[in-house]
Every structure is written in structure tokens, then in C-alpha cells.
Design a protein around this ligand. Structure first.
Ligand SMILES: NC(=O)c1ccc[n+]([C@@H]2O[C@H](COP(=O)([O-])OP(=O)(O)OC[C@H]3O[C@@H](n4cnc5c(N)ncnc54)[C@H](OP(=O)(O)O)[C@@H]3O)[C@@H](O)[C@H]2O)c1
Length: 341
């Protein structure tokens, strides 16, 4: 192997982050080597598909909270085949999926035709899950599935009331809406995109609420208990606006911070309604849990509509899609086909 294509992000010094990345030819020296501190670059993988997540947009725009050193190849998701494995765990040609840990953050990620990662990050792709579907789900979809799983463990039931999803047109939000609807829940989708109302109803939402209608609730300590539970993907005031509207014993998951990392809320929903706020992490969860998740989305949680609300893009479109996601204009999921121009 000599040189291959990778989407290289450069640091930006602009006050407002902008995507400045472009496709360049790179060589093996940009990947972690065996014995490298980032976990013994054991498994060399030829990547066929990746996906686009909010964190990828931050990395591609030079955000040092995500990526310390530039130039860098983003891509927190990757699906492909094993070229070689120094650990002996995977055979040449094995179909694998990698997401989370340090991939695409400070280790070259899935926006390059090759990655080299520790074997502890690599998951054997279930046969029932195509390469394409594994990346249509991708980190955003897996995070939606983990959020729904947390709510089910908190005993939410379709018969017990509505579930609200914020950032509903985003990657995590759109999969959460579709999955909850598939499981029989009545879903209220919250969006900042007036034009996406019909799209969200098609996805499975039974009601669509504008962000502007929800946000005033952030100022209230407690209000009418409209929702059994919620999946928040935005953070900030969006969390503060959902908490006061949860029913007795309700639960809200939190995974993101596009609307802010801090929020201010009253303790009343917690101490008078026994409400739970549940954190969701898809990055550091144990490999065994990641494998169980892959099997679940490939089988009982399979989403036939996922291909309909995922746009397949080639290399030429990636920069524009990342810029849209960075500015909150993304809609649904994006599958990156590395073989497509
Ligand atoms: N904890 C984890 O393991 C984990 C994993 C994956 C993602 N995340 C986090 O989850 C969040 C969502 O990720 P994603 O990939 O789904 O991102 P995304 O595709 O960009 O979706 C975010 C959505 O949030 C809404 N939004 C954007 N800016 C907003 C604002 N200022 N106020 C309120 N809503 C806003 C928009 O939807 P509408 O226009 O429909 O409102 C946007 O499409 C990110 O913060 C990401 O880092 C965390």
C-alpha cells in the first residue's frame, strides 16, 4: 500500500468554526503504528463506508475540544474489511465495524480509505447487518438506540403516555423518533425546522412541536405533565424545558449539547414527581455492550425506513454536508460511500 485518499481537516483560526477540510493523498505515516501510544495500532482496516455526526463536523472545523492536532482525518464511524491484524484476533477479509473510543477524534478516522486501530475497538459485523446499514445507524443511531434502551429499563410503556424527542431532525433525533414509533410509542417531535414537519410525521411522529413553543417551558419549575418520557439530543435550555413537563415517575435521557452544555432547572420535578435524568454515552461503553447493540439493531430493532431517511453521499459532497450539520441544518442520517466521487 502506497498512498490513499483521506479527508484531511486543518485547524481553523476563525472565531466561528468553518469546515476547511479537503481530500488529499496520504500515506501510512498518518496512521498509528504498532507500539504507538494510542493503543498499539494492531488492526489495519480498508474502510468502505462511514457516516456524518455532529462530532465529525466539529473535528472537521478544527475544534480543539474534539481534536488536538491537525492536519487530521475525522470520521468517528467506520465499516470495512480487515487487511491485517497483529493481535491475531481477526482474519484477513473479516467484515468489521468501529465506532467510538478515540476513532476520528485524535486517531485518524473513517473519512480515510484506511484506519489502524487497537483490536479492542473492533467489532465483528453481524451477518444480518449490511455494511451500509451499520453506518446508516452509525454513532448517532446507536446513541438513539441506547437512549431508548435506557428509557425501556426505566419502565416506560407505549400505554403510559407520549414521549418527546428534541433535535428531532438531527441524526440522533431522527433515529429516536423512528425507533420509538416502531416500538409503538406516541412520539412528539421537537424541531427548529418549520419545513420539516411533514417529514417528521412520515418518520413516525404523531405530533410536531416547534422549538420556539417548547423553550418558554424552561423558565417554569413545574407545569402540566404532558409527557411520560423524553429523549433530549440538544442539552441546555431544551433539557430545562422538558423536565417540568414530565409525568410522575417519568424519565429523560441526555446525550448532546448542541444547544449548550449547561442548564438551570428546578428540583421540583425530581422531588415531587420522582423524575429521572439519564445520561447516555456511546463512546466508552464496553465492547460487549456495543456488540449486543449491533445485534439488536440488526434484528428486533431493525428499521426498514432507515434507508429512506439516510442520504448516501460521495466524497465530493462531504464538506458541504459537514458544514450543514455544524450549523444545525442537517436532516436525517448521512452515509458516506468512500468509493463514490
Ligand atoms: N453521548 C454520546 O455518546 C453522543 C453520541 C452521539 C451524539 N452525541 C451528541 O448528540 C448531539 C446530537 O448529535 P447529532 O449527530 O444528532 O447532531 P445533528 O445531526 O447535528 O442534530 C442536532 C439537531 O439539534 C437541533 N439543534 C441544532 N442546533 C440547536 C440549538 N442551538 N438549539 C436547539 N436545537 C438545536 C437540530 O434539529 P432540529 O432543527 O430538528 O431542532 C439539529 O439537527 C450532539 O451534541 C452530539 O455531540 C452524543
Amino acid at each position: 500500500m502506497n498512498q490513499w485518499l483521506a479527508f484531511r481537516a486543518v485547524e481553523t483560526n476563525d472565531e466561528k468554526p468553518v469546515v476547511k477540510s479537503s481530500w488529499q493523498l496520504v500515506d501510512d505515516s498518518c496512521l498509528p503504528q504498532i507500539g504507538h501510544e494510542k493503543g498499539e495500532g494492531e488492526v489495519l482496516i480498508k474502510v468502505c463506508y462511514s457516516s456524518v455526526n455532529y462530532k465529525d463536523a466539529l473535528s472537521a472545523a478544527g475544534n480543539r475540544g474534539v481534536t488536538r492536532d491537525y492536519p487530521h482525518t475525522p470520521g468517528i464511524d467506520a465499516a470495512g474489511t480487515v487487511v491485517s491484524d497483529a493481535s491475531g484476533q481477526f482474519e484477513e477479509g473479516a467484515a468489521v465495524v468501529v465506532f467510538g473510543y478515540d476513532l476520528g477524534m485524535n486517531t485518524c478516522g473513517g473519512y480515510g480509505e484506511y484506519i489502524r486501530v487497537p483490536s479492542a475497538w473492533v467489532l465483528a459485523k453481524p451477518e444480518e447487518l449490511s455494511f451500509e446499514d451499520s453506518m446508516r445507524w452509525g454513532t448517532a443511531g446507536f446513541t438513539a438506540a441506547l437512549s431508548v434502551e435506557k428509557l425501556l429499563k426505566a419502565d416506560i410503556k407505549p400505554s403510559a403516555g407520549k414521549v418527546i424527542v428534541t433535535g428531532a431532525t438531527g441524526g440522533v433525533g431522527s433515529v429516536a423518533v423512528a425507533l420509538l414509533a416502531k416500538l409503538g410509542f406516541e412520539v412528539v417531535a421537537v424541531t427548529g425546522k418549520e419545513s420539516a414537519k411533514e417529514w417528521l410525521l412520515t418518520l413516525g411522529a404523531s405530533e410536531v412541536l416547534s422549538r420556539d413553543e417548547l423553550l418558554p417551558m424552561a423558565k417554569k419549575p413545574m407545569t402540566r405533565p404532558l409527557y411520560q418520557a423524553g429523549v433530549d439530543t440538544c442539552g441546555g435550555d431544551m433539557i430545562a424545558a422538558v423536565l417540568p413537563q414530565l409525568q410522575y415517575g417519568g424519565a429523560l435521557t441526555t446525550c448532546g449539547m448542541v444547544a449548550g452544555a449547561d442548564f438551570s432547572a428546578s428540583v421540583f420535578p425530581f422531588i415531587l414527581r420522582g423524575v429521572d435524568l439519564l445520561g447516555v454515552d456511546s463512546v466508552e461503553i464496553p465492547q460487549t455492550d456495543k456488540l449486543l447493540l449491533l445485534k439488536k439493531v440488526a434484528n428486533e430493532w431493525q428499521l426498514p425506513s432507515l434507508a429512506d431517511f439516510t442520504k448516501t453521499i460521495g466524497r465530493a459532497e462531504l464538506a458541504e454536508v459537514l458544514a450543514n450539520v455544524l450549523s444545525g441544518k442537517g436532516q436525517g442520517r448521512y452515509l458516506l460511500d468512500l468509493a463514490q466521487d
